[in-house]
Design a binder for this molecule. Structure first.
Ligand SMILES: NC(=O)C1=CN([C@@H]2O[C@H](COP(=O)(O)OP(=O)(O)OC[C@H]3O[C@@H](n4cnc5c(N)ncnc54)[C@H](OP(=O)(O)O)[C@@H]3O)[C@@H](O)[C@H]2O)C=CC1
Ligand SMILES: O=C(O)[C@@H]1CCC=N1
Length: 283
């Protein structure tokens, strides 16, 4: 893979970079990166991964094959505005910004370039991201192949219609956080039931890995797998009754719906801000 330019150097950029470098997909120095102002963060990424830190947009984008936009949704307008003069039709722009519509990016860029909106998750750092991609009208098969290749090195890839990306964001983009939340609860409970932290940690992680592999390798549904753990009158049944009394499954469904709605709201807000800014500029 050729030069990859990252705009934004936060958690998601690091997760992708870490995955790319660990898998030897690209030479570390081929990864160029910039952020807004946090120089310590850039120095950390340079020291840990050997990536090239760029202080000028020209150096960042010159000869880049892929440009990854990894800034917070609220910063997308400023970030794209700052680089748009140096973006060419030979580049593939990949945005990981939650909620931000392809149309908004096209309106800021005012260029007919291939744009792919991606929703990975932070498990990219260990090559296990679940990523969904949606393309714009200027994306050719080769561009999609390149994006697929990039994201397949850091996990699995699904191609979806852009309208589905808000749902993907609520489900798998934010998904690792839901699992970590569950693990936090398991860790807190282990203290209460008298297990030492280290033992509990090992048991919890192996339980998660085992359950994930069962889900992945077995033809059985999660409900059937759960039933197999649940002996009548046994411990699991007693525990699940408490979850049901607290409406935990309903709460999780609402959680994912709300996250997907938030993605939609964020996209709408950016698109409205953009319309106002462009109207103001053209006035
Ligand atoms: N974290 C996650 O699990 C996931 C995040 N995403 C998406 O990825 C994007 C990044 O998220 P995350 O990495 O968590 O965010 P972070 O806050 O960790 O990082 C944001 C980065 O953007 C930089 N930045 C802000 N404005 C500009 C600018 N104008 N020009 C250049 N760089 C800029 C910041 O620099 P500085 O620090 O100097 O201000 C920082 O390096 C978001 O849009 C999010 O929706 C998608 C999937 C999962
Ligand atoms: O919380 C967020 O907005 C981002 C998008 C998906 C995961 N983190």
């Amino acid at each position: 893979m050729g030069k990859i330019a990252f705009i934004g150097a936060g958690s998601m950029a690091e997760a992708i970079i870490s995955g790319l470098i660990t898998r030897g997909v690209t030479k570390p120095e081929e990864i160029h990166i910039t952020n807004r102002s946090d120089e310590k963060r850039l120095a950390y990424l340079q020291n840990n991964y050997g990536v090239t830190v760029c202080s000028s947009i020209e150096t960042l984008l010159e000869g880049a094959e892929i440009v990854v936009l990894a800034v917070k949704p609220k910063d997308v307008l400023a970030a794209v505005d700052a680089v748009k003069a140096h973006v060419t039709e030979h580049m593939l722009l990949i945005s990981v910004a939650a909620g931000v519509q392809i149309l908004s990016l096209e309106e800021i860029l005012t260029k007919k370039i291939p744009i792919i909106r991606a929703m990975p998750n932070t498990s990219a750092a260990v090559g296990k991201s679940a990523t969904a991609l949606a393309i714009n009208q200027y994306t050719q098969q080769d561009d999609l192949k390149l994006a697929r290749q990039l994201f397949e090195t850091i996990g699995s890839v699904a191609i979806v219609a852009e309208e589905q990306l808000d749902a993907v964001t609520g489900l798998s983009g934010s998904g690792p956080a839901y699992i970590y939340y569950l693990v936090e609860a398991m860790e807190k409970s282990s203290e209460k039931i008298g297990l030492d932290g280290e033992t509990a940690k090992q048991l919890i992680i192996q339980t998660l890995i085992g359950a994930a592999e069962m889900l992945s390798n077995s033809d059985k549904t999660p409900a059937v797998l759960r039933k197999e753990v649940t002996s009548p009158g046994g411990t699991t049944e007693a525990g699940i009754k408490v979850l049901e009394a607290h409406g935990v499954q309903e709460a999780l469904i609402s959680c994912i719906q709300e996250a997907a709605e938030q993605s939609k709201r964020m996209g709408l807000q950016i698109s409205q801000e953009l319309t106002e800014t462009l109207l103001h500029r053209n006035a």
